[in-house]
Write a protein that binds this ligand. Structure first.
Ligand code: PLP
Length: 470
């Protein structure tokens, strides 16, 4: 049963589930879906109110990086709340905010100058867009024409209006298109599985994509572009797709040629998820502005943020000295306390080494178990951030019809008792509308035997799902 398609007018159990959903007071994501109630999280397991115990193999939406019930983080948050739970940032700061931002800046080894803490990845993206614009306003009157952003198709940068406008997630944009700001355009993503021509080398592919980007700068007027925006490894919209070597270096060169900034959205792929604290470290390219979220606080508090390069900060310091972008809850002490403790645990327990080792094992085992499956088109990722893309026809890379909701149905079936595995669904990986993938992104402290369990459960789930479907 695909609960997503519940029909409240039916008179059977399906209809009853839908009616139960309709009686909720919560404006849920899906008003017909009978959401499963979570009661507890322990280590890598989630307990459900109906007695089920699910292995959380994706940390929700790649958020959980330490698993659940971590007492060190809970104590740090509690201590902060008892000391000072809120900080109005007009006159005040807190030592926890200062320490967190210092930690983040220092983690970039001189690339970044200051950090700004907010509550969600979307807020971080809004701040990044405004910071880029303000940078040019303060740089010189000759730069005031810079009002445009270039991003990539099949990208997701957040759900608020500014972030949605620069993103390329067709489904999430569609209903709001008329009210999105019009000052952005998109080029092709770097997605070798679908974008690379047969026989094309990595270098030829990079050259082709970079020419497309250069052409886009020329088409909109290079002097009008604030920034190019990209995720170093595309998460929700494509399913953990890293770029081919050299792509980001070439992209940065185009940005520099035209004086535009480079913004990396690391909300999903950052803060250690791919094996280095910042995903860009593996590209050898530091951005001018970077956003991060999810694994920053590991789900223990809503917390995200922006890092700005020394160059960007210098311009503001020499200019108005005011970033015209204040939130009531920016730099929230409880969020900062959670983030700082999560990051200290990652450092103290040397978890990034575990991300790399367990990531290699996960990649190897996924390929062995599912690589040859007729409905698995591609398995890709880095660190503990892996995507599996499903296809109806392996040779032709033909996706399933969008209305079949294949990724959602697989993930939902995974929650059944015989699998008891939680993974994260995504759509649009083929052409923006069609294309189903799931994300496997366990906690950074995942153990070898848990990786083996995840792959076994996923293997059985995928086998059974497609056997029954056909
Ligand atoms: N950017 C990326 C790359 C994301 O994956 C997300 C969320 O999935 C966001 C931005 C938005 O973050 P949030 O949902 O915390 O607002």
């Amino acid at each position: 049963m695909v609960l997503r398609q519940l029909d409240p007018t039916r008179e059977d159990a399906v209809g009853q589930c839908a009616q139960a959903a309709r009686s909720s007071a919560v404006l849920h994501r899906d008003l017909n879906y009978d959401f499963l109630s979570l009661t507890e999280g322990k280590g890598n397991h989630l307990m459900l109110a109906d007695g089920r115990r699910v292995f959380d193999a994706s940390g929700g939406a790649s958020v959980g990086c330490l698993g659940w019930g971590n007492e060190r983080v809970a104590r740090a948050v509690m201590k902060q709340i008892m000391a000072i739970p809120y900080c109005s940032t007009v006159f005040y700061t807190t030592s926890v905010q200062e320490e967190l931002c210092r930690y983040l800046v220092d983690s970039t080894h001189g690339s970044m100058g200051r950090a700004y803490i907010v509550n969600s990845g979307s807020e971080a993206m809004e701040a990044a867009l405004k910071l880029a614009r303000q940078y040019f306003v303060e740089l010189s009157p000759a730069q005031h024409n810079r009002t445009r952003f270039i991003s990539r198709r099949q990208s997701y940068h957040g759900i608020t209006l500014g972030a949605l406008a620069v993103g390329g997630h067709e489904y999430r944009r569609a209903k709001f298109e008329p009210i999105l700001m019009k000052n952005s355009s998109r080029v092709s993503p770097c997605n070798p599985f679908r974008g690379k021509n047969p026989g094309e080398t990595d270098q030829e592919y990079v050259d082709r994509l970079v020419k497309e980007l250069d052409d886009e700068f020329q088409a909109v007027g290079p002097e009008t572009v604030c920034a190019f925006i990209a995720e170093p490894i595309v998460g929700a919209a494509l399913g953990c797709v890293p770029s081919v070597p050299g792509y980001f270096k070439a992209v940065q060169a185009v940005c520099r040629k035209y004086g535009a900034l480079l913004i990396f959205d690391e909300v999903m792929c950052g803060m250690g998820r791919t094996g280095t604290l910042h995903a860009w470290e593996q590209e050898g390219v530091a951005p001018d502005i970077q956003t991060f979220g999810k694994a920053l606080g590991g789900g223990y508090q809503p917390v995200a943020g922006v890092l700005a390069s020394r160059g960007v900060v210098n311009v503001l310091e020499r200019g108005s000295s005011v970033f015209v972008h204040g939130h009531t809850y920016q730099g929230h002490p409880a969020g900062c306390a959670a983030a700082l403790e999560v990051q200290k645990i990652i450092r103290d327990e040397n978890l990034l080494a575990n991300v790399r080792t367990m990531g290699e094992l996960l990649s190897k085992r996924l390929q062995e178990r599912l690589g040859a499956h007729p409905n698995v088109g591609n398995i890709r990722g880095r660190g503990l951030f892996w995507g599996i893309e499903f296809v109806a026809d392996k040779d032709k890379k033909e996706p399933f019809p969008a209305e079949d909701h294949v990724a959602m149905a697989i993930c939902e079936r995974g929650l059944a008792k015989e699998y008891s595995i939680g993974v994260y669904p995504g759509t649009g990986s083929a052409d923006g509308i069609r294309g189903d993938h799931i994300i496997v992104s366990p906690a950074y402290n995942v153990r070898k035997e848990e990786i083996e369990w995840i792959v076994d459960a996923l293997g059985r789930l995928v086998d059974d799902f497609f056997r029954i479907r056909h």
